[in-house]
Design a protein around this ligand. Structure first.
Ligand code: C5J
Length: 223
């Protein structure tokens, strides 16, 4: 059964039977005070405001027994999947693979690379470890979604203009309809938050739709 969700540029035809919640990179190193993101001089409060709306949406999604998929940006411990170009980018004192405030920076299995406790995955929810910004690049996400019969994605997480936008663009090219609740995505930079959302919904929804989590929650019967 379809439900029309109020969204921009026009209502999104939500089909709960084939829609997954895809939560992008809500990792300790990006969101927690004292993590890698803050060490780089970023204001983590810009991301932390997304935790509560994501927690509410995730709780409703689980209560309605709809599929949830989480992603984490990160690399193998031997860094063999880390492009040298990504290692060098930023020219900071510390880069990916170095010892950071919460273990080796963006290395799989390290505390900082893991998902924040407020949104921690439960058994049965796939976690995609991705080496790139887009969740489809060099992962089995596409195969998992195909096996699940998923054609629509509600995409949340961080950061709006980087991993969320890249993933929405990748998903759009693969034929998925993507809905992005603006209160559930965050950027360290307010102007990128605004433009990241504008770019998705411009030109008649060139990459997808933008809404608020309250509009989605109103269509989920069990809260
Ligand atoms: C994400 C980043 N997750 N900004 N990563 O957006 O490097």
């Amino acid at each position: 059964m379809h439900h029309s969700i109020e969204a921009k540029p026009y209502p999104f035809e939500f089909d709960p039977g084939c829609c997954a919640l895809l939560i992008i990179d809500m990792q300790r190193d990006f969101l927690e005070p004292g993590g890698f993101g803050e060490m780089l001089g970023n204001d983590v409060s810009q991301l932390r405001r997304t935790i509560e709306p994501n927690r509410e949406l995730l709780a409703a999604w689980r209560a309605n027994q709809l599929p949830v998929i989480h992603t984490r940006e990160g690399h193998r411990a031997d860094l063999s999947d880390l492009p040298p170009s990504k290692k060098m980018r930023g020219k900071g004192n510390k880069t990916i693979g170095d010892d950071g405030p919460m273990g080796r920076i963006l290395v799989r299995g390290e505390p900082g690379q893991d998902i924040i406790p407020e949104l921690y995955p439960v058994p049965g929810e796939p976690v995609i470890d991705k080496p790139g910004k887009g969740a489809f690049f060099a992962t089995d996400l596409g195969a998992i979604l195909s096996h699940m019969g998923i054609t629509q994605l509600v995409v949340t997480g961080v950061t709006t203009e980087v991993c969320v936008n890249t993933t929405v663009r990748e998903a759009n090219d693969r034929g998925f309809n993507c809905l992005v609740p603006e209160d559930c995505v965050g950027s360290y930079f307010p102007e990128f938050q605004r433009m990241g959302l504008e770019m998705i919904k411009a030109q008649g929804g060139i990459f997808g739709w933008v809404t608020h989590s309250s509009a989605i929650l109103s269509k989920l019967p069990l809260l």
